[in-house]
Design a protein around this ligand. Structure first.
Ligand code: SAM
Length: 305
């Protein structure tokens, strides 16, 4: 096995998002299973297609795509993280699927290893959200460039702006009025690394996605936007609240508390938060977008057998 998890993406995707908490892992994977199926449905894949999965991570979408383009289709797994590509390569090898996979390291905003008009479908899930503002539209132009005429893009992105900024009386959806002074310090430590207006996770919404897709030249375009407010805390338990990282760019709650609070303050903050977290008395605000579109032009006929 060549897998190492030295880069921040591999550390987060394979470990940090789960906080080594089986309940957290289960609920994330349960949430993602239907997301994967919808992204793949929207890509309208069939046997023989070449699919490019951008920001492939540990292969959630890519290996699903590989099933759908079987027996002869191929999938190119593209990611900025060499560690994640190695991880996926190991998986593909063990599963006997290596001959239908390619692995390319690079940025989503510069797919220079992929030729013009060369793939039938591009898929991507929760990748644009991490690109700097100026690279998001550039990545969409690259998706367009590499697609064959008649090719499809299918993407999923969370729209984190929907939940931000939180009102002062909430932190991660939990009522913090009795510890408002401490919550303000923790919030500042959590957000201090990226002012909200410059944070890649917050600098776009579904209208930007649509605009980038249209401006790139896609013709038929579909967007499904789903927003939910659910009266149930985000985290399964106190361990997940403290240690699960929502993304690899921001500190965990435990890190923000350690940075912002004295030990007495941390004790007071925890005494208030723990019963709320463990009884799931919180609010989840979540917005998701599925977007799929077609590059104009005829799908070329396959060569006669
Ligand atoms: C939230 S994970 C999603 C992984 C996978 N698409 C999935 O559905 O599970 C984000 C992925 O984007 C990759 N990534 C981050 N920045 C990138 C960039 N500039 N170019 C390409 N991939 C990037 C990360 O390495 C990670 O694999």
């Amino acid at each position: 096995m060549s897998t190492s998890t030295n880069d921040k993406w591999a550390r987060w995707l394979l470990h940090g998002r789960f906080a080594d908490d089986p309940a957290r892992r289960r609920s994330i994977l349960t949430f993602l299973a239907p997301v994967r199926e919808r992204v793949l449905d929207n890509a309208a894949l069939s046997d023989g297609d070449t699919v490019l999965d951008v920001g492939a991570g540990d292969g959630l979408i890519a290996f699903g795509a590989l099933d759908r383009v079987a027996p002869s289709g191929t999938v190119i797994l593209h990611d900025i993280s060499q560690d994640l590509l190695n991880h996926s390569r190991d998986f593909a090898e063990t599963a006997g699927m290596l001959d239908r996979c390619r692995f390319i390291q690079g940025s989503a905003a510069d797919l220079d290893a992929i030729g013009d008009d060369s793939v039938d479908a591009v898929t991507t899930r929760s990748v644009l959200i991490y690109l700097p503002a100026e690279e998001k539209a550039q990545a969409v132009r690259e998706f367009y460039r590499v697609l064959k005429p008649g090719g499809r893009i299918s993407l999923f992105e969370p729209i984190n702006r929907f939940g931000h900024p939180e009102p002062d009386h909430l932190l991660c959806g939990y009522e913090v009025t009795p510890v408002a002074d401490l919550a303000a310090k923790v919030r500042q430590a959590a957000e201090g690394r990226h002012p909200p207006e410059e944070h890649p996770l917050l600098d776009f919404d579904e209208r930007d996605l649509l605009a980038w897709i249209e401006q790139a030249g896609f013709s038929e375009v579909h967007l499904d936007y789903k927003a939910e407010i659910i009266p149930r805390g985000w985290f399964e338990d106190w361990n997940a609240f403290l240690h699960a990282a929502g993304n690899p760019l921001d500190p965990t709650m435990a890190e923000a508390m350690a940075e912002a609070l004295s030990s007495d303050e941390a004790e007071r903050f925890s005494a208030h938060m723990l019963p709320l977290v463990d009884s799931r008395q919180g609010i989840q605000r979540m917005a998701l977008s599925y977007l799929w579109a077609t590059k104009p032009g005829e799908v070329p006929n396959p060569p006669a057998p």
